[in-house]
Every structure is written in C-alpha cells, then in structure tokens.
Design a protein around this ligand. Structure first.
Ligand SMILES: Cc1cc2nc3c(=O)[nH]c(=O)nc-3n(C[C@H](O)[C@H](O)[C@H](O)COP(=O)(O)OP(=O)(O)OC[C@H]3O[C@@H](n4cnc5c(N)ncnc54)[C@H](O)[C@@H]3O)c2cc1C
Length: 366
C-alpha cells in the first residue's frame, strides 16, 4: 500500500495499516512532518463552538485521540489544562453555549477580562509523533509527480507499484485533479521562544500559547490566507510573522525577556464546508456520462457513481489535524480493509454531488 504525504494524516493511516501487517510505502518530498504538521502547536483540544457537525466530530475525535496518544505514545503527549479565552463577542457567545451543552468536564481556571472556558487537554510533540507512527513504513523522500493506474495497479513516478494508494498531500498541489475537490491552504507560523514569564497552561485566544517548559514556550497561529509557498513570488517574511505572533500573544499575557529560538512554518488545508475529507474519489468524467443518474435528485445513490479504483484521500483537517487524524485514520482503515462505509459528511463524494448538481451538464466536455 502506498501513502503520499507524511504529515499527521499520512502517518496516522500508515500506522493503522502497518498494525494490520500491511506493507506500507510512504512518500514525502520533504521527509516526515515537512509540511503543515511540522509547524503545528499540536494542541489536542475540542472545538468550543455552538452545535454543528464539525463540533460534534471534534468532540468525538478529541476524546478518541487523547486516549489514543496516551495509550500508544505516552512519552510524546503532555497533558495540560487548556484555557480558551474569547477573542470577541461572537466567540464569547459560542463559549457560553458550549458550556451549557458539553458533556466534557470543565475546569475552574478563568480569565478575569473575558468569557473563557478550560478543560483537561494535551499537546503532542508534532514531529516526533509523526515519526513514531511512520516507523514501520518504508519512507521514500521524493516528490510524487506521476500517479497512473495501469493494468490493476497504481504506478508511482513510473517506478513504484502499489495496489492501493492513499493521498495525504495536505494543501499542496493535488495529484489527482478533480474539479469538485477544492482545498484551501492557510499559512501558519509557530515560534519557540525563551522567556522569563512562566505560563502554567495552554492558552488559546488570538494565538495559541503553550505552557512553559525549561524556560521556553511556543506561540503559533494559522492566519495568513494570502501566502502559499507554491505560488508566492516573494519568500515568506519571517520577521513580520514573528512580530505579529508576539503582538497577538501580548494581548493575552505579558511575556518578559523574550528571545525567539526557532521558527516553524507550514500550510494547513481546509475544505469549503470545514469538514475533513476521507474515503474514495469519484471519477467525475465517467460518473457525469452515466445517463442513468439524475443529478437533480436530492437523494443520491452513491453506489451508482464511478470511483477511482483503490484510491483514497485523507485531508482537509484545517486547524485540527492532530485531533482528527487518529480517529479519521481508524475510519479510513476500516473502510479500506473491511468495506465499512464512511459517512457522506466525511467523504469527498459530498462535493461531487453538489458540484454535479450545479454544473448540470449531461456530458462531460473536453
Ligand atoms: C502554525 C500551525 C499551528 C497548528 N496548530 C494545530 C494544533 O494546535 N492542533 C491541531 O490539531 N492542528 C494544528 N494545526 C493544523 C495541523 O497542522 C494540520 O491540520 C495538519 O498538519 C494537516 O496534516 P496533513 O497530513 O493533512 O498535511 P501536511 O502536514 O501538510 O502533510 C502533507 C505532506 O504531503 C507532502 N506532499 C504534498 N504533495 C506531495 C507530492 N506530490 N509528493 C510527495 N510529498 C508531497 C508534503 O511535503 C507534506 O509533508 C496547525 C497548523 C499550523 C501551520
């Protein structure tokens, strides 16, 4: 089995498949966690919002993943309380609503100035956890620029063969170009800083601030919707990124004697409805040309669609890759190995159904 992309999504599915004694080959142009995953603060927290399917999914994934990391990689998980402070009135309303409904146990910490919420949460060591998960896979540090299905197998870069392929390429250029798949990359920056200020817990407000450890803490955010490393004309301005992070952190707490030690940057990828994408990909050309399908019908029979053979995707985890990946990888593994269905709300098929309805073309035009 072949996985393309060694971020937290690719490494999580590699881990699941290796544990089932599958031979896994993992491709990444930058090595393990060289994309968005390597830049992440990797806080494991739920989404503090009003009801909604993403909040429900993240509630489930939060409980699952915290337990998963604790059982399988306890040395890479730091359990610590998380204090989320509202950044505006809308956020404050969402926190109030979350407090009323949640089944998670809330803690006593609070902010004097704004509405806030606190919960037992955790942080994982982003790069090390990806490396640990990918340990049993064979890593090939190479850009995949050719992926062709030929005579029952996928041929990768005209050299490697695999029966099944999982695309876990994040917000970077998509290898399979399908018009209904739209992923947006948001650029993020994290800095590890030395400071004499001691912070006992994780704080999320305008940026995320980790608890201090050995006189250091991490400050990070994904907020730059304009910069994309594959299309930018200018290199990313690290200095102004640092300034922005430190200014936003200073609105939450006073940090004294700050010295930036390391910068990490990367893209996180999100879908247009904010839900992740896991499962098989619809072949739009063949499916649109199937005259027995009425694309106007609200109730869709997805079994009538034509899918790429043995090709899967795991992507679009937005700012929650480390919360979602272990849970999504388990669902994807069950789908790949036992044919267990993936909910329409998580599958890329939902975007095809919407796209086909909008385009209303009886035949695919060249
Ligand atoms: C600053 C920052 C802070 C964050 N904080 C958190 C947090 O606290 N908690 C949390 O859960 N999430 C956080 N996130 C989000 C999280 O990092 C992402 O959701 C997650 O990294 C997505 O993982 P991925 O595997 O989908 O993508 P990526 O990590 O981007 O992995 C994709 C990989 O595919 C490789 N690739 C792409 N195309 C090819 C190709 N053609 N050939 C070979 N290799 C290829 C890339 O090199 C890359 O390594 C943060 C993100 C950032 C940037």
């Amino acid at each position: 089995m072949c996985i393309i992309g060694a971020g937290i999504n690719g490494c999580s599915i590699a881990y699941e498949l290796s544990n089932e004694n599958k031979k896994v080959i993992l491709f990444d142009k930058e090595g393990i966690a060289g994309g968005g995953s390597g830049a992440a603060g990797a806080f494991i927290s739920p989404k503090f919002s009003k009801t909604g399917e993403l909040k429900e999914l993240l509630d489930t994934a939060f409980t699952y993943s915290l337990d998963f990391y604790e059982k399988n990689f306890p040395e890479l998980l730091t359990k610590s309380p998380l204090l989320h402070i509202a950044k505006d009135d809308k956020d404050a309303q969402a926190l109030l609503s979350y407090k009323k409904d949640t089944t998670h146990k809330l803690l006593e910490y609070s902010s004097e100035l704004n509405e806030s919420i606190s919960i037992d949460a955790g942080i994982v060591d982003a790069k090390s956890v990806c490396e640990a998960m990918a340990k049993s896979a064979k890593l090939v540090r190479q850009t995949v620029d050719s992926l062709v299905y030929d005579d029952g197998v996928w041929v990768i870069n005209e050299t490697y063969y695999a029966k099944e392929v999982v695309l876990a390429t994040g917000a970077y250029k998509q290898l399979i170009k399908e018009p209904y798949i739209k992923l947006r990359g948001i650029w993020g920056h994290r800095i590890d800083v030395k400071t004499t200020t001691k912070n006992p817990y994780s704080i999320h407000q305008f940026v995320s601030i980790s608890p201090s450890c050995n006189g250091q803490l991490a400050i990070g955010a994904t907020h730059n919707v304009h910069y994309h490393p594959e299309s930018a004309k200018e290199p990313y301005n690290i200095e102004s990124g640092r300034e922005e992070l430190l200014e936003k952190a200073s609105r939450t707490m006073d940090l004294e004697n700050v010295e930036v030690i390391t910068d990490y940057v990367g893209l996180r990828s999100g879908s247009t409805d904010y839900m992740p994408l896991i499962g098989s990909l619809v072949l739009s050309r063949e499916t649109l040309n199937n005259t027995s399908i009425n694309f106007e019908m609200k109730k869709v029979d997805y079994n009538k669609y034509t899918y790429y053979p043995n090709l899967y995707m795991i992507n679009g985890s937005a700012g929650y890759g480390f919360v979602l990946a272990p849970y999504l990888a388990k669902l994807l593994k069950e789908h790949m190995l036992s044919g267990k269905e993936i909910s329409e709300r998580l599958s890329p098929v939902r975007f095809f159904a919407r796209w086909a309805r909008k385009n209303k073309k009886p035949f695919y035009k060249e």
